[in-house]
Design a protein around this ligand. Sequence first.
Ligand SMILES: Nc1ncnc2c1ncn2[C@@H]1O[C@H](COP(=O)(O)OP(=O)(O)O)[C@@H](O)[C@H]1O
Ligand SMILES: [Mg+2]
Length: 375
Amino acid sequence: MFLFVDIIRKDRKSHVYGFLSPYILSLNMYKQNDPGLILDDAILSETHIPHIISARNTHVNELSTCLAPVFSGRKPRSVWLYGCPGTGKTTIASHMLRELNREKGIPGVYVNCWKHNTFYAVLEYILGELRRGFGDARDKRVKLVQFERLVKDRPFIIILDEIDVVPLKERNTMIYNLSNVGNVGLILISESRYPILALEDRVRSRLNPYTLEFRPYTVDELVEILTQRAAGALHPRAWDKRTLELVAEIAGGDARVAIQTLRNAASYAQSEGCERIMPEHIEKGYNDTGGLRRTYELKRLTEHHRLLYSIIEENPGISSPELYQAYLQRCEANNWKPVASRTYSLYMKRMTELKLVKAERARVKGRVHAFRVWE
Ligand SMILES: Nc1ncnc2c1ncn2[C@@H]1O[C@H](COP(=O)(O)OP(=O)(O)O)[C@@H](O)[C@H]1O
Ligand SMILES: [Mg+2]
């Protein structure tokens, strides 16, 4: 088996290499003297939680100041974090919650509103996390009372991440009610400032959030973040400061794109049997991050766009009339008012322009299209 790998490396350009390339990664793991370029892929994965937060001292300090009243059993100031994707909002909020819990035993829950986007769903999730969600109440008021009884007047932190995907009316109800509960402190996270301005006056004055902007990272800040990851994840011979600078320059201030570009680049370099990451690996690695950017686009659109996208994703090749019917049915099931047909056409056009979905002429008579999501 080891022999094979050596042959492949020497004979990189032959068709034998092309044929066996998927195996190289796993074969490398068996090579005791040569562990490959990637030593610990998990450190470069999206789910890795860094123990050291680089380049965001001011944000960490300001957030700590807002939450400090919990140390004397009081209600913390609510904070609203906003900024472009990949600027560390989720990381810093979760880090804070983890530290408060570890050091002072302050409880709290992280909620991703992308997954739980109604007030009822959020309450159910929180109660579930507190292992108290087993009642069969289908009413959000009952769930809210259960939650109030549970936390009483103890400080409790709720992170509502991606709050902008919750429809506006629901968002107002959710924020108003949760900020009224005992000593609960809210950390809200969105991409822009607009959702703060869009709140009803009574909700905004009730919440009175401290706002904290997350600007895109500078190249130096991204290099700092990448250095932490590369040091743990990659073989020292695979990279140097210049490698990370190239990745940081291409990533446009987005740490998620930067880390994923580095991961992809390392994997290209490794599968080509290279000793180190070269600029062409970085370029290819960056090109493969298109999926991330599509997710960002989708989050910026309305819940109707996202509904249409998920119908198309579940039914590749769905025809335009079938799609419209499915849309109406799903709106009815969600208790949503469907958008007017002109708006519907504009929504579909926008998603095609953004290369979220593609429309092909269906093989039937008339102006029927078949839709698929872009892979
Ligand atoms: N300051 C930082 N220090 C270390 N890692 C970071 C930092 N900021 C972001 N990251 C990493 O970048 C990725 C995206 O960060 P995230 O907090 O999810 O961004 P956002 O929520 O703003 O979209 C995550 O993998 C995270 O671990
Ligand atoms: Mg986030």
